[in-house]
Design a protein around this ligand. Structure first.
Ligand SMILES: [Zn+2]
Length: 237
């Protein structure tokens, strides 16, 4: 596990270690898990949570297959945004708004249905919801709709740490490879509900002026020019 910030840990797994699960230490002991990666990460995720003092709850950044995969197997309450409940509780991993035909590279277009099924852990029973302004383990919930209607991030003002699930991509999902170092992009519209809203949410993240951004895939972003990187990503065609 990598330490991302004070009391914040990152577990990377699955395809090219591209799936991120974060753990945040809680004052009373134990951790909150933010995002749930893919089903294949279950064993490692359970072990990591136990090492960190036990799992108090799982908070989903959003409910796509590669973000809800371990959630049904963690033996802990699962929370998400109200606008994400219906999809989290769906059995199959294909949402009506996903349009894989928008992916430009044919083999990638063909392999995604297989990958989504492999990553997915199936329907997740949601125990409670969290909305913009709610507190989670010293972080504030922020709503970032677009890529998914109920996509949320966690924001900690005191050290400007943002854990943001798929608000920003550090990988090229249309080609299944990392973006050049220090580059970022808005999530590919093939997977999202609204590209315009996704761009608006990325601008909302940039405006927070974060010092560290932990996304759903790839290494955390940090550094002086981070705000500019996010602003440019939101406007890129
Ligand atoms: Zn996603």
């Amino acid at each position: 596990m990598e330490r991302v910030a004070d009391g914040v840990w990152l577990l990377r797994g699955d395809l090219r270690k591209g799936m991120n699960i974060y753990f945040i230490e809680e004052e009373g002991g134990g951790v909150v898990q933010f995002d749930a990666g893919s089903r294949g990460m279950t064993k490692k995720t359970r072990k990591a949570a136990a090492q960190l003092g036990g799992l108090n709850r799982v908070v989903l950044g959003h409910a796509h297959a590669d973000h809800r995969g371990t959630a049904p197997y963690m033996d802990a309450p699962v929370l998400c945004h109200p606008d994400e409940v219906a999809e989290a509780e769906r059995e199959d991993p294909f949402w009506p708004y996903m349009d894989l035909s928008l992916l430009p590279v044919a083999p990638v277009r063909w392999i995604y249905p297989f990958l989504l099924r492999r990553w997915d852990g199936g329907a997740v029973k949601i125990d409670a919801t969290v909305s913009e302004g709610d507190e989670v383990a010293g972080f504030r919930v922020i709503h970032f709709p677009g890529h998914a209607p109920g996509l949320i991030g966690l924001w900690r003002e005191r050290d400007r740490v943002a854990l943001v699930s798929d608000v920003v991509y550090l990988i090229d999902s249309a080609r299944l490879k990392p973006l050049p170092e220090g580059e970022a992009s808005v999530p590919h519209p093939a997977f999202g509900q609204s590209d315009e809203q996704a761009r608006q949410s990325l601008r909302k993240l940039a405006a927070l002026d974060p010092a560290v951004v932990g996304a759903g895939h790839g290494e955390p972003l940090c550094g002086e020019s981070l705000r500019g990187t996010l602003e440019r990503a939101a406007e890129k065609p």
